[in-house]
Design a protein around this ligand. Structure first.
Ligand code: HAM
Length: 420
């Protein structure tokens, strides 16, 4: 006991820290580019805050909170997420008066007493953002763009952005009633949790993990059919904005989220592993009633949180866990290797992080290494390229390739690296 940490709680050892620091540095730079300032709120809050904001019938509040009565008799909870504390601080310090649009980010430990398993801890870390005071769909698009850009900057691939709209209080009431009727008509096939929650929180049945509930809700009515004009127009503008920025997304009408404060836009960044299993690495959405719910003036809000431990497992293997190279140089043959060496040197002197294979194998092998390194661009130089005096420049994300003359190569890479 004495030499074992609590179940689901982990030490972060010195060898792990370069990856954590790299992620934190990247996050800070990116959030600052998007206009978010850091906020640090306490790890403990009044239990009532979480019960009111996340929802008394949510799994988090019902089963997972580390809640206790302190020596003075106060009901205290270790924060299970960051949004409630940020909203509490926003109201307590009347930030709405001094900063009508408040954009903040945070990072730190969160606590949920869940069953520990791969990717699920009892003390885990989140980095998140919250934007308060803007109801226009433009902020939804900005928040989503920042999330997508973080995955780009970290060269994390294999993720899908899923989006949905949960409507507002008004249109959701009609939807809930329809869903309740539907669930009542097959109550015997639902798990005990979903049966119990039909009255209080019927939406939860849509993301219940039980196979019985999944089968029973295949034909359930969806929120999308019940959105009112305002919510529908808002969602259309968000989707349009994402398309304008070239951001790919999947509409996921069954996404209901596990916290009750959401309204309108909701989203999850889903990691799809090699076996096809899906796991949310980040999630968030709008919460237009939450500020009022905790005692502030009516103020819209939107944000997300990323699970740091989950994201860390997805970083490309760069060996030392540090930032991926911008360019990987794959050279085949002695002459090409020399050319590769001088190109790497030229690029590094221009401040571009170029990497190459010091004991190069065949092209296939080097391309595998290039892919694993997380580099955005790969330069390929073989015998043919040496003869032509031009290398192949490959964009690793779009897989587009172009032939570029040796003398123009460094300039072209520099120009492209500036855009990355
Ligand atoms: P959430 O979906 O509960 O949302 O959590 C966000 C992310 O935290 C998850 O996608 C996951 O990566 C990570 N996470 C959650 N639980 C665990 C766990 N037990 N172990 C490891 N990682 C975990 C929220 O927390 C909202 N506050 C997000 C938000 C911000 N919505 C608006 N603003």
């Amino acid at each position: 006991m004495l030499t074992q940490a609590i179940k689901g709680v982990k030490d972060i050892l010195p060898a792990d820290l370069p990856k954590w620091r790299y992620l934190e540095d990247t996050v800070r730079r990116l959030f600052s580019d998007y206009g978010f300032s850091e906020i640090r709120t306490p790890i403990i809050e009044h239990t009532e805050l979480f019960a009111r904001s996340i929802g008394a019938t949510s799994d988090i509040v019902e089963k997972e909170m580390y809640a206790f009565r302190d020596q003075g008799g106060d009901e205290i909870t270790l924060r299970p997420e960051g949004t409630a504390g940020v909203v509490r601080a926003y109201v307590e310090h009347k930030l709405f008066a001094s900063q009508p649009v408040t954009k903040v980010y945070y990072m730190g430990p969160m606590f949920r007493r869940e069953r520990p398993q791969a990717g699920r801890l009892r003390q885990f870390h989140q980095v998140g953002v919250e934007a308060l005071g803007v109801s226009e769909p433009g902020i939804d698009v900005d928040v989503l763009a920042a999330l997508v850009e973080l995955f780009n900057r970290l060269s994390v691939r294999g993720v899908e952005l899923h989006v949905n709209s949960l409507g507002c209080k008004d249109c959701r009431a009609a939807y809930k009633a329809a869903l309740k009727d539907f669930l009542m008509s097959r109550i015997d096939t639902l798990c005990p949790d979903c049966q119990r929650r039909i009255e209080t929180n019927p939406l939860r049945a849509l993301d219940c993990k039980s196979e019985h509930c999944k089968a029973a809700t295949v034909d359930a009515p969806m929120m999308s059919e019940y959105l009112d004009d305002g919510c529908r127009a808002h969602f259309e503008k968000v989707k349009q904005g994402l398309s304008d920025l070239g951001i790919d997304y999947v509409i996921d009408p069954r996404m209901v989220r596990g916290l009750d404060y959401y309204t309108r836009t909701t989203f999850e960044m889903i990691a799809v592993d090699k076996k096809g299993a899906q796991n949310a690495v980040a999630a968030g959405g709008r919460y237009d009633s939450l500020v009022e719910e905790v005692g502030g003036p009516p103020t819209p809000g939107i944000g997300f949180a990323i699970g740091v431990e989950r994201l860390l497992t997805m970083l490309p293997e760069t060996g030392d866990g540090l930032k991926p190279p911008q360019v990987y140089i794959a050279a085949i043959g002695d002459d090409a290797t020399r050319k590769g060496q001088s190109l790497a040197d030229e690029l590094r002197k221009c401040g571009i992080y170029a990497e190459r294979d010091y004991s190069p194998g065949g092209l296939k092998n080097q391309m595998k290494k290039a892919d694993r390194s997380g580099a955005s661009l790969t330069v390929i130089i073989g015998e043919d390229e040496m003869a032509k005096g031009a290398a192949v420049l490959r964009d690793m994300k779009t897989r587009e390739q172009a032939e570029v003359k040796f003398e123009k190569l460094a300039g072209e890479i520099e120009a492209r690296a500036r855009l990355l």
